[in-house]
Design a protein around this ligand. Structure first.
Ligand code: ZN
Ligand code: ZN
Ligand code: ZN
Length: 473
């Protein structure tokens, strides 16, 4: 409408006889009309935009609601599927557990600390080792062999076995097992040991289980000779920060540890301090103690729960196999007794004399890497670190937290701390070969004393495939 009015007014202005004042008045009205026109247009645009925007908002709202409903439905379906699958998995796990060894296990996701251990009631007719599916096959094989091995001891000087070679002894022992009613492949190998023992390996798990039955063990030993027994395997643990009031040689103290920690009698065969008492500082109140266990399950339980010793809760770690350093030549993987070097090499200064005859304890040279920053016994020596890596490769059980057994949880890998070294690696775990982190300026006293008789000990290596050390403390 304003458009047509403005048009009319312009027509009037063009007419004849219109005076100037009238022209001006008509122009003013036309100008006002034009203003009204743009205002009306702006209103129109605003209304249109408003309408469009609210339509868009409604559309968006509808779309969002729709998408949310769709997601909700989909998620609901997925959760139902997941529940069904979880039920199925749980049923499979239950079946597997029932079909398992029936050994008292920690249960699915269970805490071994709460496992129902009943010491002394474990039957011998169990799986020898029960590794989880992801376990290192080499380690499984090695532990399988270890579980089939027994150490026979007490074979007298007058025994007929003394004059026989390993094959003859094996045939003789197999004759005995056959007479006792063992069917199958019997004993696979017999290896005579340095301290007079006989390491026998059963051919398979079936015969190994037979040989674990106490009545069979008794009859077999009696048939081999009087006083012949099976030596128990040793599991070495280190107890950290034990009060020094504890006396390892005192039977009453050992008995008290058994009672406090509910251990079967004689579970701990030997206890000894890591470091000689003479090397303690005056202010020292606690020290590290080595405990040699005869029961794998008790040893693993100590690793999980710790022990209570002299009214103090102490943490326990497994003692791992470490490289052997010869105390005569300071080189690796043999003992002084077997050393073929023609002269002594000093563990401090690497010169040609015995370590205990070293004149200058401030002078250091490493016989392995030739560094003058550290002595041959240093645990920081790069060659030593390399030997530790090699040793770990040869002994994959070093990578486990526990002693691997028929309980799957005992195959749990070791957790490395941030430094990549365990606590044990900072400690002198062996008085004759180890050195605490550089605080001492000479090798431990025990090393000098033991130089002539250095030989395998419980914490020694099982290099050359000899499991000798698991049996002797
Ligand atoms: Zn040597
Ligand atoms: Zn020297
Ligand atoms: Zn070195």
């Amino acid at each position: 409408m304003p458009t047509s009015l403005t048009y009319c007014l312009h027509q009037i202005l063009a007419m004849q006889g219109i005076t100037k004042p009238i022209k001006n008045a008509v122009r003013a009205v036309a100008f006002l009309l034009e203003e009204m026109e743009s205002y009306a247009m702006a209103e129109l645009i605003r209304d249109t935009v408003n309408i469009q925007l609210s339509t868009l908002a409604e559309d968006m709202q509808l779309l969002t609601t729709d998408v949310r409903e769709k997601i909700d439905n989909n998620l609901g379906d997925k959760i139902t599927d997941l529940d069904k699958n979880m039920d199925r998995i749980n049923r499979v796990i239950d079946k597997l557990e029932k079909a398992g060894t029936n050994a008292p296990s920690a249960g699915r996701g269970g805490n071994p600390a709460q496992a129902n251990y009943t010491q002394g009631t474990r039957t011998y007719v169990e799986a020898l080792v029960t590794p989880p599916p992801h376990a290192d096959p080499k380690l499984v094989a090695k532990e399988g062999i270890r579980a089939r091995q027994h150490m026979l001891e007490g074979i007298g000087e007058d025994s007929k076995l003394r004059g026989m070679d390993d094959i003859q002894i094996k045939d003789k022992l197999n004759k005995i097992t056959r007479e006792l009613g063992l069917e199958g492949r019997g004993i696979r190998t017999v290896t005579r040991q340095r301290l007079g023992g006989l390491l026998i390996e059963m051919a398979d798990d079936h015969v190994a289980r037979w040989m674990k039955e106490e009545t069979n063990v008794k009859r077999f030993c009696e048939a081999v000779g009087t006083n012949v027994t099976f030596r128990k395997r040793i599991y070495n643990l280190i107890a950290y920060n034990v009060p020094i009031t504890m006396e390892p040689e005192n039977d009453n103290h050992i008995k008290e540890i058994h009672e406090t920690n509910q251990l079967e009698p004689r579970t701990i065969k030997v206890a000894r301090w890591v470091k000689p008492i003479a090397r303690r500082s005056i202010t020292q109140r606690t020290a590290h103690l080595i405990l040699s266990y005869t029961d794998i399950h008790a040893a693993n339980r100590a690793l999980v729960n710790g022990l209570s010793i002299c009214h103090r809760r102490v943490t326990i770690e497994k003692i791992r196999k470490e490289p052997i350093r010869c105390l005569k030549c300071q080189q690796w993987n043999h003992y002084a007794k077997e050393c073929i070097a023609d002269h002594d090499t000093c563990g401090n200064c690497a010169e040609h004399h015995r370590t205990n005859q070293c004149q200058d304890h401030t002078k250091k040279r490493c016989a392995s890497c030739n560094s003058t920053d550290h002595a041959s016994w240093s645990r920081e020596c790069p060659i030593f670190r390399q030997k530790v890596d090699e040793c770990n490769k040869r002994n994959p059980e070093n990578g486990l937290q526990f002693f691997p057994s028929d309980e799957p949880w005992t195959w749990t890998p070791r957790r490395d701390d941030n430094t990549g070294k365990s606590r044990q690696e900072y400690l002198d775990t062996n008085t004759s070969r180890r050195q605490p982190n550089g605080n001492e300026n000479c090798e431990p006293e025990g090393a000098h004393r033991n130089r002539d008789v250095q030989e395998p000990t419980a914490w020694g290596d099982t290099w050359a495939g000899n499991n000798y050390n698991d049996f002797y403390v």
